[in-house]
Design a protein around this ligand. Sequence first.
Ligand SMILES: *Cc1c(COP(=O)(O)O)cnc(C)c1O
Length: 378
Amino acid sequence: MTELKYPFLDLGIVNSRYAADLKKAASRVIDSGRYIGGCENDIFEKELAELVGVDYAVGVSNGLDALRLIFRAYIELGQLKPGDEVIVPANTYIASVLAITDNGLEPVFVEPDSKTYNIDISLLESAITSRTKAILTVHLYGRVCYDKCMAEVARKYNLLIVEDNAQAIGAEATIESCRGTAKTGSLGNAAAFSFYPTKNIGALGDGGAVTTSDRALAETVRVLANYGSKSRYNNVFEGFNCRLDAIQAAFLRVKLQHLNEEILHRRELAAIYSTTISNVLVKTPLIDSPDRSVWHQYVVTTPCRDNLINYLANNGVGTDIHYAVPPHRQPCYSRYAHLKLPMTEKLAGEVLSLPISSGTSVDDAREIARIINNFTND
Ligand SMILES: *Cc1c(COP(=O)(O)O)cnc(C)c1O
Protein backbone atom coordinates (compact mmCIF):
# COMPACT_ATOMS: atom_id res chain seq x y z
CA MET A 1 0.00 0.00 0.00
CA THR A 2 1.17 3.49 -0.76
CA GLU A 3 1.90 5.88 2.09
CA LEU A 4 -1.12 7.93 3.09
CA LYS A 5 -0.76 11.69 2.82
CA TYR A 6 -2.82 12.04 6.03
CA PRO A 7 -2.00 8.99 8.19
CA PHE A 8 -4.34 8.26 11.09
CA LEU A 9 -1.48 8.40 13.58
CA ASP A 10 2.28 8.40 12.95
CA LEU A 11 4.03 7.96 16.31
CA GLY A 12 7.44 8.64 14.79
CA ILE A 13 6.26 12.12 13.80
CA VAL A 14 4.50 12.68 17.14
CA ASN A 15 7.67 11.87 19.10
CA SER A 16 10.17 13.47 16.71
CA ARG A 17 9.42 16.94 18.08
CA TYR A 18 10.58 15.75 21.51
CA ALA A 19 13.51 13.68 20.26
CA ALA A 20 16.28 15.80 21.77
CA ASP A 21 14.68 15.84 25.24
CA LEU A 22 13.76 12.16 25.06
CA LYS A 23 17.38 11.29 24.25
CA LYS A 24 18.58 13.37 27.18
CA ALA A 25 16.08 11.63 29.45
CA ALA A 26 17.24 8.21 28.24
CA SER A 27 20.85 9.19 28.88
CA ARG A 28 20.02 10.27 32.43
CA VAL A 29 18.52 6.86 33.16
CA ILE A 30 21.32 4.94 31.44
CA ASP A 31 23.95 6.84 33.41
CA SER A 32 22.04 6.51 36.71
CA GLY A 33 22.53 2.74 36.95
CA ARG A 34 19.00 2.50 38.35
CA TYR A 35 16.45 1.03 35.93
CA ILE A 36 13.50 0.03 38.13
CA GLY A 37 12.20 2.72 40.47
CA GLY A 38 14.48 5.58 41.48
CA CYS A 39 14.27 9.32 41.19
CA GLU A 40 12.70 9.52 37.72
CA ASN A 41 9.76 7.47 39.02
CA ASP A 42 9.52 9.47 42.24
CA ILE A 43 9.52 12.81 40.43
CA PHE A 44 7.14 11.60 37.73
CA GLU A 45 4.66 10.47 40.39
CA LYS A 46 4.84 13.85 42.15
CA GLU A 47 4.38 15.72 38.87
CA LEU A 48 1.41 13.58 37.86
CA ALA A 49 -0.29 13.87 41.28
CA GLU A 50 0.11 17.63 41.16
CA LEU A 51 -1.22 17.90 37.61
CA VAL A 52 -4.28 15.78 38.46
CA GLY A 53 -4.87 17.40 41.85
CA VAL A 54 -4.64 14.31 44.08
CA ASP A 55 -2.41 13.31 46.98
CA TYR A 56 -0.91 10.18 45.41
CA ALA A 57 0.12 8.84 42.02
CA VAL A 58 1.66 5.38 41.62
CA GLY A 59 3.41 4.54 38.35
CA VAL A 60 2.54 1.06 37.07
CA SER A 61 3.19 -1.13 34.04
CA ASN A 62 0.18 -0.18 31.87
CA GLY A 63 -3.44 0.96 31.95
CA LEU A 64 -5.01 -2.48 32.28
CA ASP A 65 -2.76 -3.26 35.25
CA ALA A 66 -3.65 0.10 36.81
CA LEU A 67 -7.34 -0.87 36.68
CA ARG A 68 -6.70 -4.45 37.86
CA LEU A 69 -4.61 -3.20 40.78
CA ILE A 70 -7.27 -0.71 41.90
CA PHE A 71 -9.94 -3.43 42.09
CA ARG A 72 -7.53 -5.92 43.71
CA ALA A 73 -6.49 -3.34 46.28
CA TYR A 74 -10.13 -2.66 47.20
CA ILE A 75 -10.57 -6.43 47.66
CA GLU A 76 -7.46 -6.65 49.87
CA LEU A 77 -8.75 -3.67 51.87
CA GLY A 78 -12.12 -5.39 52.37
CA GLN A 79 -14.07 -2.72 50.44
CA LEU A 80 -14.97 -5.11 47.59
CA LYS A 81 -15.34 -8.88 47.43
CA PRO A 82 -15.54 -11.33 44.53
CA GLY A 83 -19.10 -11.51 43.21
CA ASP A 84 -19.78 -7.82 43.80
CA GLU A 85 -21.25 -5.98 40.82
CA VAL A 86 -19.45 -3.13 39.08
CA ILE A 87 -21.37 -0.88 36.68
CA VAL A 88 -19.40 -0.32 33.47
CA PRO A 89 -20.25 1.29 30.12
CA ALA A 90 -21.10 -1.28 27.45
CA ASN A 91 -19.40 1.04 24.94
CA THR A 92 -15.78 0.91 26.05
CA TYR A 93 -12.44 -0.68 25.31
CA ILE A 94 -12.31 -4.25 26.59
CA ALA A 95 -9.61 -3.46 29.19
CA SER A 96 -12.23 -1.75 31.39
CA VAL A 97 -14.19 -5.01 31.57
CA LEU A 98 -11.15 -7.32 31.83
CA ALA A 99 -10.07 -5.54 35.02
CA ILE A 100 -13.47 -6.29 36.58
CA THR A 101 -13.74 -9.96 35.61
CA ASP A 102 -10.07 -10.66 36.36
CA ASN A 103 -10.87 -9.86 40.00
CA GLY A 104 -13.93 -12.11 40.16
CA LEU A 105 -16.22 -9.07 40.09
CA GLU A 106 -19.34 -8.97 37.93
CA PRO A 107 -19.67 -6.33 35.19
CA VAL A 108 -23.10 -4.77 34.75
CA PHE A 109 -23.16 -3.18 31.29
CA VAL A 110 -24.99 0.11 30.83
CA GLU A 111 -25.83 1.61 27.45
CA PRO A 112 -24.27 4.86 26.18
CA ASP A 113 -25.91 8.27 25.86
CA SER A 114 -26.76 8.86 22.18
CA LYS A 115 -25.02 12.27 22.15
CA THR A 116 -21.84 11.67 24.15
CA TYR A 117 -21.28 7.90 23.55
CA ASN A 118 -20.30 7.76 27.24
CA ILE A 119 -22.34 5.81 29.80
CA ASP A 120 -25.90 7.16 30.05
CA ILE A 121 -25.86 8.51 33.60
CA SER A 122 -29.68 8.60 33.73
CA LEU A 123 -29.65 4.77 33.49
CA LEU A 124 -27.28 4.24 36.44
CA GLU A 125 -29.87 3.98 39.17
CA SER A 126 -31.94 1.33 37.40
CA ALA A 127 -28.81 -0.86 37.01
CA ILE A 128 -28.16 -0.97 40.75
CA THR A 129 -28.88 -4.11 42.80
CA SER A 130 -28.07 -5.06 46.40
CA ARG A 131 -24.74 -6.43 45.10
CA THR A 132 -23.64 -3.25 43.30
CA LYS A 133 -20.53 -1.82 44.93
CA ALA A 134 -18.81 0.37 42.33
CA ILE A 135 -19.14 2.37 39.13
CA LEU A 136 -16.28 2.21 36.64
CA THR A 137 -16.72 5.41 34.66
CA VAL A 138 -14.79 5.66 31.39
CA HIS A 139 -14.00 9.09 29.93
CA LEU A 140 -14.21 7.66 26.44
CA TYR A 141 -12.55 9.50 23.54
CA GLY A 142 -11.31 12.12 26.04
CA ARG A 143 -14.79 13.35 27.05
CA VAL A 144 -15.50 13.60 30.78
CA CYS A 145 -18.09 11.14 32.06
CA TYR A 146 -18.92 12.40 35.54
CA ASP A 147 -21.51 14.80 36.89
CA LYS A 148 -23.55 15.71 39.94
CA CYS A 149 -26.06 12.91 39.23
CA MET A 150 -23.36 10.25 39.14
CA ALA A 151 -21.91 11.57 42.39
CA GLU A 152 -25.36 11.57 43.99
CA VAL A 153 -26.14 8.00 42.91
CA ALA A 154 -22.76 6.88 44.27
CA ARG A 155 -23.41 8.61 47.59
CA LYS A 156 -26.98 7.32 47.89
CA TYR A 157 -25.98 3.67 47.32
CA ASN A 158 -22.54 3.90 48.90
CA LEU A 159 -20.69 3.01 45.70
CA LEU A 160 -17.04 3.52 44.87
CA ILE A 161 -16.34 5.53 41.72
CA VAL A 162 -13.32 4.30 39.80
CA GLU A 163 -12.28 6.29 36.72
CA ASP A 164 -10.82 4.70 33.61
CA ASN A 165 -8.85 7.78 32.58
CA ALA A 166 -6.78 6.06 29.88
CA GLN A 167 -8.14 8.45 27.24
CA ALA A 168 -8.68 11.69 29.12
CA ILE A 169 -5.54 12.91 30.89
CA GLY A 170 -5.93 16.66 31.45
CA ALA A 171 -9.72 16.82 30.91
CA GLU A 172 -11.79 18.78 33.40
CA ALA A 173 -15.24 18.40 34.90
CA THR A 174 -17.44 21.16 36.29
CA ILE A 175 -17.93 20.70 40.03
CA GLU A 176 -21.05 22.63 41.04
CA SER A 177 -20.51 22.32 44.78
CA CYS A 178 -17.26 24.30 44.60
CA ARG A 179 -18.20 26.28 41.45
CA GLY A 180 -14.96 25.27 39.88
CA THR A 181 -13.44 22.50 37.85
CA ALA A 182 -11.52 19.37 38.73
CA LYS A 183 -9.38 17.14 36.57
CA THR A 184 -10.31 13.62 35.54
CA GLY A 185 -8.35 11.28 37.77
CA SER A 186 -9.43 13.28 40.84
CA LEU A 187 -13.20 12.96 40.47
CA GLY A 188 -13.83 9.54 42.00
CA ASN A 189 -12.13 7.37 44.63
CA ALA A 190 -9.33 6.18 42.36
CA ALA A 191 -8.34 6.42 38.71
CA ALA A 192 -6.32 4.46 36.17
CA PHE A 193 -4.13 6.10 33.51
CA SER A 194 -2.58 4.51 30.43
CA PHE A 195 0.53 5.79 28.71
CA TYR A 196 0.33 3.33 25.83
CA PRO A 197 2.15 5.01 22.90
CA THR A 198 -1.04 6.07 21.09
CA LYS A 199 -2.58 7.79 24.12
CA ASN A 200 -2.53 11.62 24.41
CA ILE A 201 0.54 11.29 26.63
CA GLY A 202 2.27 8.19 25.31
CA ALA A 203 5.38 6.45 26.59
CA LEU A 204 7.84 4.79 24.20
CA GLY A 205 6.50 1.44 25.30
CA ASP A 206 3.97 0.50 27.97
CA GLY A 207 3.19 2.58 31.04
CA GLY A 208 0.36 3.41 33.39
CA ALA A 209 -0.51 4.99 36.73
CA VAL A 210 -3.03 4.99 39.53
CA THR A 211 -4.11 8.28 41.12
CA THR A 212 -6.05 8.68 44.37
CA SER A 213 -6.20 10.76 47.52
CA ASP A 214 -6.84 7.61 49.58
CA ARG A 215 -3.56 6.83 51.30
CA ALA A 216 -4.38 3.20 52.12
CA LEU A 217 -5.39 2.53 48.54
CA ALA A 218 -2.24 4.13 47.11
CA GLU A 219 -0.05 2.10 49.44
CA THR A 220 -1.87 -1.15 48.71
CA VAL A 221 -1.59 -0.59 44.94
CA ARG A 222 2.13 0.10 45.30
CA VAL A 223 2.70 -3.01 47.40
CA LEU A 224 0.58 -5.24 45.12
CA ALA A 225 2.52 -4.00 42.08
CA ASN A 226 5.78 -5.09 43.71
CA TYR A 227 5.08 -8.79 44.51
CA GLY A 228 2.84 -7.85 47.43
CA SER A 229 6.03 -7.01 49.26
CA LYS A 230 5.75 -4.36 51.94
CA SER A 231 9.41 -4.49 52.80
CA ARG A 232 12.09 -6.77 51.40
CA TYR A 233 11.08 -10.47 51.67
CA ASN A 234 7.91 -9.59 53.55
CA ASN A 235 5.07 -10.54 51.21
CA VAL A 236 1.79 -9.44 52.71
CA PHE A 237 -0.29 -10.03 49.54
CA GLU A 238 -0.12 -12.51 46.64
CA GLY A 239 1.09 -9.68 44.45
CA PHE A 240 2.28 -9.03 40.91
CA ASN A 241 5.16 -7.45 39.08
CA CYS A 242 3.45 -4.36 37.61
CA ARG A 243 6.03 -1.60 37.99
CA LEU A 244 6.71 1.35 35.66
CA ASP A 245 10.17 1.28 34.06
CA ALA A 246 12.44 4.17 35.05
CA ILE A 247 13.16 4.95 31.39
CA GLN A 248 9.43 5.28 30.66
CA ALA A 249 8.99 7.52 33.72
CA ALA A 250 11.77 9.75 32.36
CA PHE A 251 10.17 9.86 28.89
CA LEU A 252 6.76 10.61 30.41
CA ARG A 253 8.19 13.55 32.36
CA VAL A 254 9.26 15.09 29.04
CA LYS A 255 5.87 14.56 27.45
CA LEU A 256 3.82 15.72 30.46
CA GLN A 257 5.37 19.17 30.09
CA HIS A 258 3.61 19.48 26.73
CA LEU A 259 0.17 18.24 27.81
CA ASN A 260 -1.50 21.64 27.46
CA GLU A 261 -0.22 22.20 23.92
CA GLU A 262 -1.37 18.70 23.03
CA ILE A 263 -4.88 19.38 24.36
CA LEU A 264 -5.17 22.81 22.68
CA HIS A 265 -4.05 21.37 19.35
CA ARG A 266 -6.59 18.57 19.56
CA ARG A 267 -9.37 21.04 20.45
CA GLU A 268 -8.43 23.19 17.49
CA LEU A 269 -8.58 20.22 15.11
CA ALA A 270 -11.91 19.08 16.59
CA ALA A 271 -13.36 22.58 16.11
CA ILE A 272 -12.19 22.67 12.48
CA TYR A 273 -13.71 19.26 11.73
CA SER A 274 -16.99 20.12 13.43
CA THR A 275 -17.42 23.50 11.78
CA THR A 276 -16.25 22.34 8.33
CA ILE A 277 -17.76 18.87 7.88
CA SER A 278 -21.24 19.34 6.43
CA ASN A 279 -21.84 16.04 4.63
CA VAL A 280 -25.30 14.74 5.66
CA LEU A 281 -23.95 11.17 5.64
CA VAL A 282 -21.46 11.99 8.41
CA LYS A 283 -22.54 12.96 11.93
CA THR A 284 -19.91 14.89 13.88
CA PRO A 285 -19.54 14.59 17.67
CA LEU A 286 -21.03 17.00 20.20
CA ILE A 287 -18.76 19.85 21.30
CA ASP A 288 -19.56 21.25 24.74
CA SER A 289 -19.17 24.94 25.48
CA PRO A 290 -16.65 25.49 26.90
CA ASP A 291 -14.95 22.50 25.31
CA ARG A 292 -13.44 20.41 28.11
CA SER A 293 -12.83 17.25 26.10
CA VAL A 294 -9.21 16.38 25.38
CA TRP A 295 -10.22 14.66 22.11
CA HIS A 296 -8.28 11.43 22.41
CA GLN A 297 -10.38 10.46 19.42
CA TYR A 298 -12.57 12.50 17.09
CA VAL A 299 -15.31 10.02 16.30
CA VAL A 300 -17.94 10.56 13.63
CA THR A 301 -20.79 8.16 12.89
CA THR A 302 -21.99 7.17 9.46
CA PRO A 303 -24.36 4.50 8.14
CA CYS A 304 -22.01 3.86 5.21
CA ARG A 305 -18.76 3.28 7.06
CA ASP A 306 -17.07 0.76 4.75
CA ASN A 307 -17.55 2.98 1.72
CA LEU A 308 -16.35 6.05 3.59
CA ILE A 309 -13.22 4.25 4.84
CA ASN A 310 -12.35 3.14 1.31
CA TYR A 311 -13.07 6.56 -0.17
CA LEU A 312 -10.90 8.27 2.47
CA ALA A 313 -8.06 5.78 2.00
CA ASN A 314 -8.21 6.37 -1.76
CA ASN A 315 -7.90 10.09 -1.02
CA GLY A 316 -4.93 9.64 1.29
CA VAL A 317 -6.74 9.81 4.65
CA GLY A 318 -6.13 7.16 7.30
CA THR A 319 -8.92 6.28 9.76
CA ASP A 320 -9.48 3.81 12.57
CA ILE A 321 -12.45 2.28 14.42
CA HIS A 322 -12.95 2.57 18.21
CA TYR A 323 -14.39 -0.01 18.61
CA ALA A 324 -15.75 -2.38 15.98
CA VAL A 325 -16.78 -5.15 18.41
CA PRO A 326 -18.04 -4.27 21.90
CA PRO A 327 -16.74 -6.27 24.89
CA HIS A 328 -19.96 -8.27 25.39
CA ARG A 329 -19.69 -9.51 21.78
CA GLN A 330 -16.08 -10.72 22.10
CA PRO A 331 -15.47 -14.49 21.95
CA CYS A 332 -13.95 -14.49 25.46
CA TYR A 333 -17.19 -13.04 26.86
CA SER A 334 -19.65 -15.44 25.20
CA ARG A 335 -21.37 -15.55 28.60
CA TYR A 336 -22.54 -11.96 27.96
CA ALA A 337 -23.44 -12.43 24.27
CA HIS A 338 -27.15 -12.76 25.12
CA LEU A 339 -27.29 -9.21 26.54
CA LYS A 340 -29.41 -6.74 24.58
CA LEU A 341 -27.37 -3.54 24.18
CA PRO A 342 -28.72 -2.12 20.91
CA MET A 343 -27.24 1.37 21.20
CA THR A 344 -23.76 -0.04 21.83
CA GLU A 345 -24.10 -2.44 18.91
CA LYS A 346 -25.37 0.29 16.57
CA LEU A 347 -22.42 2.52 17.47
CA ALA A 348 -19.96 -0.33 16.91
CA GLY A 349 -21.24 -0.51 13.33
CA GLU A 350 -21.12 3.23 12.65
CA VAL A 351 -18.20 4.87 14.49
CA LEU A 352 -15.17 6.09 12.59
CA SER A 353 -12.17 7.94 14.08
CA LEU A 354 -10.47 10.70 12.07
CA PRO A 355 -6.81 11.77 12.43
CA ILE A 356 -6.39 14.07 15.46
CA SER A 357 -2.84 13.87 16.78
CA SER A 358 0.00 16.39 16.86
CA GLY A 359 1.03 14.77 13.56
CA THR A 360 -2.06 16.29 11.93
CA SER A 361 -1.89 20.02 11.17
CA VAL A 362 -4.68 22.58 11.06
CA ASP A 363 -4.35 22.68 7.27
CA ASP A 364 -4.50 18.86 7.13
CA ALA A 365 -7.75 18.92 9.12
CA ARG A 366 -9.29 21.49 6.73
CA GLU A 367 -8.30 19.35 3.76
CA ILE A 368 -9.60 16.13 5.37
CA ALA A 369 -12.93 17.88 6.12
CA ARG A 370 -13.12 19.07 2.50
CA ILE A 371 -12.46 15.53 1.25
CA ILE A 372 -15.23 14.21 3.54
CA ASN A 373 -17.67 16.81 2.21
CA ASN A 374 -17.10 15.47 -1.32
CA PHE A 375 -18.03 11.91 -0.32
CA THR A 376 -21.12 10.38 -1.94
CA ASN A 377 -22.32 6.89 -1.09
CA ASP A 378 -22.44 5.32 -4.54
C1 LIG B 1 -5.83 2.04 26.40
C2 LIG B 1 -6.96 1.81 27.32
C3 LIG B 1 -6.85 0.96 28.43
C4 LIG B 1 -5.68 0.08 28.67
O1 LIG B 1 -4.46 0.69 28.72
P1 LIG B 1 -3.11 -0.13 28.35
O2 LIG B 1 -2.03 0.75 28.82
O3 LIG B 1 -3.13 -0.34 26.88
O4 LIG B 1 -3.18 -1.43 29.11
C5 LIG B 1 -7.91 0.88 29.29
N1 LIG B 1 -9.05 1.56 29.08
C6 LIG B 1 -9.21 2.37 28.03
C7 LIG B 1 -10.50 3.11 27.86
C8 LIG B 1 -8.19 2.51 27.10
O5 LIG B 1 -8.36 3.30 26.03
